[in-house]
Design a protein around this ligand. Structure first.
Ligand code: HMG
Length: 392
C-alpha cells in the first residue's frame, strides 16, 4: 500500500562558504578576457572556503535549518553525499550528527560517485520512505571543487552544501517514476586519494556528460517517461552554468525541437542564478539549481520539472518531479540570497594563499585561524582527529 503514497522532497536548502573570489578579480590577474568567464563558461564568482570551513561545517549549517524547522524525531537515516571526503573510513555525516545533537536512532552513511552521489541518495531515500512512510531521510550533499592553480578547471571551482528532507506527502516535490540511468566507465575527471585537487580532461568530460545525457534520457523515455514538451524546466548538473546550455541544446536537437541560444538561455535562466555565483559544488550543484528554480518566482504548481544528474567516471540519471501546489509557502529564498550575498570577497593573492594551505597531512597538532562567521567551525586537528565546534 505504501507504493501509492507520494514520496519526495519536503524541504530543500543550501549553504556555502563565507568567502568568494569574483571572476572579475581572477580575470584581472590571469589576463583571460572576462567575457570568457562570464559568457564562455557562465560563471561570475566562486565560493572559497575559509581556513576553518569544510564540507562538514557547510553541511551542518544547511542541515541545522532543516532540522530546526521539522525536528529530527522521524529522521531514521542521514546520507552524506560527497566527493570531498575527509576520511577513508568514517562518514562525514557523523560529525554533523554530533554538531546538531541528533538522536542516536539514525543510521549515518557516506555515499560517493562524483557529482551523482546526491541523486543516488535521493533514490535510496525514496525507497526507504516507500517502505516505511513514517520515516524521513535527511540527505546532505556537500563539496568543495578544487582544481590546480592556473589550470583550465580553475575558474570552475566552487563550494556549497545542499540539505533536503525526503518524506511521504512532501510539501515541495513528488519524485516521479520512471527514471533513466546511464553508466559508462570513463576517465574524464577523477581525484586519486593522494591528491587534494581533481584531474580532468576538460573536453572529454563535456563529451562524456552529453553522451550520458543522451543515454539517461533515452532510458527514461523507453521506460515510459514524459516527452520534453511535457517537462516545464530541466535542472541540469552545472559544473559551470554554460554546461547546462550545452546540455539543453543537445537534448532539444536530438528530439528535433528548435534549439536557439536565446530561447535556451531564457528557459534555463531561473536554474542558474545561484550556481553562476557559487561555482561547481559537485553533488550539491543540481540541488542548488533546483532551489534556484523554485525560488525564481516562476509559477510551478503542479508542473513537471526535470533533473539531470551527472557524475564523472561516470553515472548519470534523468528523472522528473511534480511540484506540489502551495510549494511557495515552504521555500527558503531569503536564506539562499543571504548565503550568496553575505560572502566576503577575497583578493587574488589571498585566494592563492588559501588554495595552497590546508591541514597538515601527518595529523600533527594544528589550530585553524578563526575566520568563519558561520555557526560551525573546524577548529583544527589533534592526534589525527578533526576537531569541530559550534562557533562563538
Ligand atoms: P578552457 O580550455 O579554458 O576553455 O576549458 P575553452 O577554450 O573551451 O572556452 C570555454 C568557452 O568560452 C568556449 O565556449 C569558448 O568559445 C568561450 P564553447 O565553444 O564551449 O561554447 N570563449 C569566450 N566566450 C566569450 N568571450 C571570449 C571567449 N573566449 C573563449 N573572449 C573547460 C573549459 C570547461 C573544459 C574547463 O574549465 C574545465 O576543464 N573545467 C572542469 C571540467 C568540467 O567542468 N567539465 C564539465 C563536464 S564533467 C562534469 O560535469 C562533472 C564534474 O562536475 C565532476 C563530477 O562529476 O564530480 C566536473
Amino acid at each position: 500500500p505504501s507504493d501509492s503514497v507520494p514520496v519526495g522532497i519536503h524541504d530543500l536548502t543550501f549553504r556555502t562558504t563565507s568567502l568568494q573570489l569574483t571572476h572579475a578579480e581572477l580575470a584581472g590577474h590571469t589576463g583571460v578576457p572576462l567575457a570568457k568567464y562570464h559568457r564562455g563558461i557562465g560563471q561570475k564568482a566562486m565560493s572559497i572556503p575559509a581556513p576553518d570551513e569544510d564540507v562538514v561545517t557547510m553541511a551542518a549549517d544547511a542541515a541545522a535549518a532543516v532540522v530546526g524547522r521539522h525536528g529530527a524525531d522521524r529522521i531514521r537515516t542521514l546520507v552524506f553525499a560527497t566527493e570531498t571526503s575527509i576520511d577513508q573510513a568514517k562518514a562525514g555525516g557523523l560529525y554533523v550528527h554530533s554538531l546538531l545533537g541528533l538522536p542516536p536512532h539514525i543510521r549515518v552513511v557516506e555515499l560517493k560517485q562524483a557529482c551523482y552521489g546526491a541523486t543516488a541518495a535521493l533514490q535510496f531515500a525514496t525507497a526507504l520512505v516507500h517502505r516505511d512512510p513514517d520515516q524521513q531521510v535527511l540527505v546532505l550533499a556537500s563539496d568543495i571543487a578544487r582544481y590546480d592553480l592556473d589550470s583550465p578547471g580553475e575558474p570552475t571551482q566552487g563550494a556549497a552544501a545542499a540539505a533536503f528532507l525526503v518524506t511521504a506527502r512532501p510539501a515541495l516535490l513528488e519524485i516521479d517514476t520512471p527514471s533513466g540511468v546511464f553508466t559508462r566507465e570513463v576517465m574524464d575527471f577523477w581525484r586519486p586519494n593522494y591528491r587534494t585537487t581533481a584531474l580532468v580532461d576538460g573536453r572529454a568530460s563535456i563529451d562524456a556528460y552529453l553522451h550520458a545525457l543522451t543515454g539517461a534520457f533515452g532510458d527514461y523515455r523507453r521506460r515510459g517517461g514524459a516527452t520534453l514538451r511535457d517537462i516545464h524546466t530541466i535542472c541540469y548538473h552545472q559544473p559551470f552554468t554554460r554546461m547546462a546550455h550545452k546540455a539543453h541544446h543537445h537534448l532539444l536537437q536530438q528530439a528535433g525541437l528548435p534549439a536557439g541560444p536565446q530561447d535556451i538561455a531564457a528557459a534555463l535562466a531561473p536554474t542558474t542564478t545561484y550556481n553562476e555565483l557559487l561555482g561547481n559544488s559537485y553533488t550539491a550543484s543540481l540541488y542548488v539549481a533546483l532551489a534556484a528554480l523554485l525560488d525564481s518566482g516562476t509559477p510551478l504548481d503542479g508542473e513537471t520539472v526535470g533533473l539531470f544528474s551527472y557524475g564523472s567516471g561516470s553515472v548519470a540519471e534523468f528523472l522528473t518531479a511534480t511540484v506540489r501546489p502551495g510549494y511557495r509557502d515552504h521555500l527558503r529564498t531569503e536564506a539562499h540570497h543571504a548565503a550568496v550575498t553575505d560572502r566576503r570577497p577575497v583578493g587574488y593573492a589571498a585566494y592563492r594563499d588559501l588554495h595552497g594551505s590546508g591541514l597538515p597531512t601527518d595529523g600533527s597538532r594544528y589550530a585553524t585561524a578563526a575566520s568563519t562567521p558561520g555557526p560551525y567551525r573546524l577548529a583544527g586537528i589533534r592526534d589525527h582527529r578533526r576537531l569541530y565546534e559550534t562557533n562563538g
